[in-house]
Design a protein around this ligand. Structure first.
Ligand code: UGB
Length: 616
């Protein structure tokens, strides 16, 4: 056996590679005897791609051999998980790094302008009609949650899906999402005469950073009521980090036998879905829509029914959900791009690219607010609704590959070295870039208060956000839920709700509305909520209302304190009269106080449950 390996080793290693052979990499050459033929092939590929430095500090054969084999296992994985392998990754990286160094504008030749889309107003007839249509279509939908990101900006130690979206009910993001999908499923199936058995599939894209903890969260909570077979996890692989403009792969600072890796971005979701074979299974089952969404938007499902209604009535192949955007806010801008040759596309221009693009095309002030106080470009919240048929057709052509980009942080203006290693990335919202001009690409704008309140920033950074721009923190994310629920009860149910008070938590000034929460099954749409409220209801600012059940009707309720209503599925419950008690109080907590659990102190308050009326 040793002699077979020996002769293959010799044959493979003697081949010259651009003047450089494995012999010219001494520490690799010395170790050839411990490598298999496949490993030697990978070594050759690396040397040929200019990666000899990876072997620079390798020990003599016989020392740390297991680690060396582990190195090749990693290289084999990185090679297999990227279309065209590592050679192709390195080649693309060199091209993109050269473009970046040259300051090449990725939108060269394109002129940006403000696109027109569907702008919805919560609660008007148009909105209500779209919601009805959306509920009808929901049973033909699939939800895809991208949750492979670690949330470096948030700095939370757990996975973001496990964070409470609000602390009154204590529902975490994943629970909120799953219960919302189940409520949609229920509402949609009820519209079918005789009912229907459709189960809306949920796919969660994870990564090595989030996979095990996502499974644990699901399993330890009985999938939050979903059938385990309804949920599929697809894990994305990371990609190699790059140390310089020659795309030399970065050695992991923790081990000289590992290549440093980082996430490739949420764009991986398309190739993973394609290779999973799920798309055709869904298509054959008669499903029509794929809805993509992100890990920490507690308001999202308030916007889903109407947005799906828009997709269905306008027959959009692609519908992006958007909100009014503040200039320089860290959300992409939906932009119409017109090329000098006449091509046009409506696409997200990422927040770090919008300003330079505008400056380069005759807008010397770049990304600024217009007279409305907002950027003229609607803000992309990365909730995409794709029509399944055309989506499959497109992916059959592209395999789900999405145009990549690189974003190195240079040490200085010579752009010759980086502050830290970089990598290629891709974004799911870049999917329309390869679509033919005939594709129906649109977008739907809704009010921010209704549709968008992500949790992305840690308290320290959130407190530094320019005044008037959203904090996107755990504090603002939770407060946004109370505000939305209060406004919905005002608008849909005519409930008299006291105005909010301003309070500062963790250095962020926020509006504190009454803490009104309900399970998604109670009310997903304007009409449904309106149907469940009657008479003259009022809720004071210091109040908390928790509705946990489907058929709970508020009638002439006057609440000043805390009321918790629990009901079993079929029970009809009427809640009314005067409820007054000491209620639940928000107590301030400092984010630096490590004696308090992380998910509490990062939002800057905890709830002291002094007194409540609980009705079961
Ligand atoms: N994600 C993955 O699943 N895998 C990855 O490799 C990376 C991320 P961020 P960011 O919310 O409005 C996006 O980091 O930079 C998941 C859009 O690009 O929160 O804020 C991750 O778990 C931007 O246009 O994204 O920017 C999370 O669920 C704007 O729409 C999601 O991808 C902005 O979000 C987003 O990851 C927004």
């Amino acid at each position: 056996m040793a002699s077979v390996v020996g002769s293959t080793t010799e044959k493979l290693s003697k081949l010259d590679i651009n003047g450089e052979s494995i012999f010219s990499v001494p520490n690799l050459h010395k170790n050839l005897s411990i490598l298999s033929p496949d490993q030697i092939k990978l070594a050759r590929m690396l040397v040929e791609a200019g990666q000899s430095h990876l072997f620079q500090s390798w020990a003599e054969p016989g020392v740390e051999d297991e680690e060396k084999r582990g190195f090749f296992e990693q290289v084999a994985r990185l090679n297999a998980s990227y279309p065209g392998g590592l050679t192709s990754y390195i080649k693309t990286a060199r091209e993109l790094l050269a473009d970046s160094k040259a300051g090449k504008n990725p939108f060269d030749g394109f002129t940006p302008s403000v696109p027109t889309g569907e702008v919805l107003t919560y609660g008007d007839d148009n909105f209500v009609n779209f919601e009805e249509l959306g509920i009808r279509e929901a049973r033909n939908a699939v939800f895809v949650l991208v949750a492979g990101g670690l949330g470096e900006r948030l700095g939370y130690n757990g996975i973001k899906l496990a964070l409470p979206s609000e602390t009154t009910m204590g529902t975490c993001f994943l629970q909120n999402y799953i219960e919302s999908i189940l409520a949609l499923q229920d509402a949609s199936c009820r519209l079918v005469q005789g009912g229907c058995q459709n189960q809306i599939p949920l796919v969660i894209m994870t990564s090595d950073d989030t996979h095990a903890r996502t499974i644990e969260l699901l399993e330890s909570n009985a999938y939050f009521g979903m059938e385990p077979s309804q949920v599929k996890l697809l894990k994305q692989e990371k990609v190699a980090c790059l140390d310089d403009n020659d795309a030399r792969l970065a050695v992991d600072p923790k081990s000289k036998y590992r290549i440093q890796t980082k996430p490739h971005g949420h764009g991986d979701v398309h190739s993973l879905l394609y290779s999973s074979g799920l798309l055709n299974i869904w298509y054959d089952a008669g499903l029509r829509w794929v809805l993509f969404f992100q890990d920490t938007n507690g308001l999202l499902f308030k916007a889903i029914p109407a947005a799906l209604g828009v997709s269905s009535s306008k027959l959009y192949d692609v519908n992006s959900l958007a909100v009014p955007r503040k200039a320089k806010e860290a959300i992409g801008g939906i932009t119409k791009l017109t090329h000098a040759d006449g091509r046009t596309m409506v696409i997200n221009v990422e927040y770090n690219q919008l300003d330079p693009l505008l400056r380069a095309t005759g807008h010397p002030d770049g990304d600024i607010n217009c007279e409305t106080g907002y950027s003229p470009f609607p803000g992309n919240i990365n909730q995409l609704i794709l029509k399944l048929g055309p989506y499959i057709k497109e992916l059959t052509k592209t395999g789900g590959a999405i145009k990549e980009f690189v974003n190195p942080k240079y040490k200085d203006s010579s752009k010759t070295s980086f502050k830290s290693s970089t990598r290629l990335e891709c974004m799911m919202q870049d999917y329309p870039k390869t679509l033919p001009p005939s594709a129906r690409v649109g977008f739907t704008v809704m009010d921010t208060w209704l549709a968008y309140a992500p949790v992305k920033n840690n308290p320290e950074d959130a407190a530094k956000v320019p005044k008037g721009n959203p904090y996107h923190s755990a504090t603002s994310g939770e407060m946004a839920i109370y505000r939305a629920n209060s406004l919905i009860l005002r608008k849909a149910g005519g409930v008299q709700i006291d105005d909010p008070v301003q309070e500062v938590f963790n250095g962020q000034e926020v509006e504190v509305w009454p803490r009104i929460t309900w399970k998604p099954i109670w009310g997903l749409t304007f009409s449904e909520i309106k149907r469940k409220i009657s008479g003259s209801c009022s809720i004071s600012q210091r109040s908390t209302l928790v509705i946990k059940g489907c058929n709970i009707f508020l009638e002439d309720l006057s609440l000043d304190g805390t009321l918790v209503v629990n009901s079993v599925e079929d029970a009809e419950v009427k809640v009314g009269g005067v409820v007054q008690n000491k209620g639940w109080i928000l107590e301030k907590v400092d984010y630096k106080d490590t004696t308090v659990p992380e998910e509490v102190r990062t939002r800057g308050f905890r709830i002291n449950k002094v007194e409540q009326l609980e009705k079961n």
